[in-house]
Design a protein around this ligand. Structure first.
Ligand code: 6PG
Length: 252
């Protein structure tokens, strides 16, 4: 039975980023203690950029043992790695370059490949090799960062899409209704296998969907992709800034 989500509402902006950084740090320490390394799966979009910049800032960067940390991606747009819409490009600028992270510590989804299914297969094989996990088992990642769209999508698992129904694969081809349509995404199976899933949500625009997911008032609300993220043997944490959590009854 999945554990209830750990919902944290913190002050807007700077405090939210620092509390998220502290959480990532604590999880990294536990993972390195347990297995000698930390597999950190990054989220895309705009929200996590302030966290990445905080991790690379003087106040935090020296607290991490970057030599033992390996970066994965929860999803990627099917664009070249230097494209403005690339999640890798955002992480490269905000995190990898400032920290001089060596390329052999970064496992990038190959969004540039002309065949997204081949790219999904390639990344699935990479994850299986990295975690020494063969089919039908699902690779277990230490921490997966996730964002939330106003339609309830997370990673590139959008409502009503085939990727959301992929119960056996590791990486699927997602279809987004706006922006770059073709995406690569970890499946729900991988998300729900993780040791820790951390949703990072900020801004008042997300308050309605946050309430619909965390305090559903109808069964329909349980159909959002983000509502289906419930790690079976892991921890689910929602880190909300005050604006994003404004419509929740908890914390008020
Ligand atoms: C992506 C993300 C996606 C994102 C949400 C929220 O590739 O865009 O994986 O799931 O987290 O769309 O995006 P914002 O943080 O930009 O609001």
């Amino acid at each position: 039975m999945p554990a209830a989500p750990d919902i944290r509402i913190v002050a807007d902006g700077r405090e939210w980023a620092h509390q998220a950084a502290a959480l990532v740090h604590a999880i990294s320490e536990a993972a390195i203690e347990a297995s000698g390394r930390f597999l950190l799966t990054l989220s895309g979009g705009a929200t996590p950029k302030i966290l990445y910049q905080t991790l690379a800032a003087p106040e935090w960067k020296d607290r991490f043992d970057w030599s033992r940390i390996f970066f994965l991606f929860g999803d990627e747009r099917c664009v070249p790695a230097d494209h403005p819409q690339s999640n890798f490009a955002m992480a490269q600028a905000a995190l990898f370059q400032p920290l001089a992270i060596h390329l052999d510590h970064i496992y990038r989804m190959k969004g540039e490949l002309s065949d997204p299914s081949a790219a999904a297969q390639d990344y699935g094989e990479t994850l299986r090799r990295l975690t020494q996990c063969g089919p039908p088992d699902i690779p277990r990642l230490d921490l997966i960062l996730l964002g939330l769209g106003e339609d309830g999508h997370t990673a590139s698992l959008f409502p009503g899409t085939a990727a959301l129904r992929d119960n056996t694969g590791v990486v699927a081809v997602g279809q987004a209704p706006t922006g770059v349509a073709s995406r690569l995404t970890l499946t729900l199976g991988v998300l729900n296998r993780a040791t820790v899933v951390l949703f990072l949500v900020s801004g008042s625009g997300k308050a309605p969907i946050v309430r619909a997911i965390l305090e559903p008032r109808s069964e329909v609300n349980r159909l959002f992709p983000a509502s289906m993220v419930a790690p079976t043997q892991g921890q689910l944490i929602w880190m909300l800034d005050r604006s994003a959590g404004a419509q929740l009854t908890i914390g008020h």
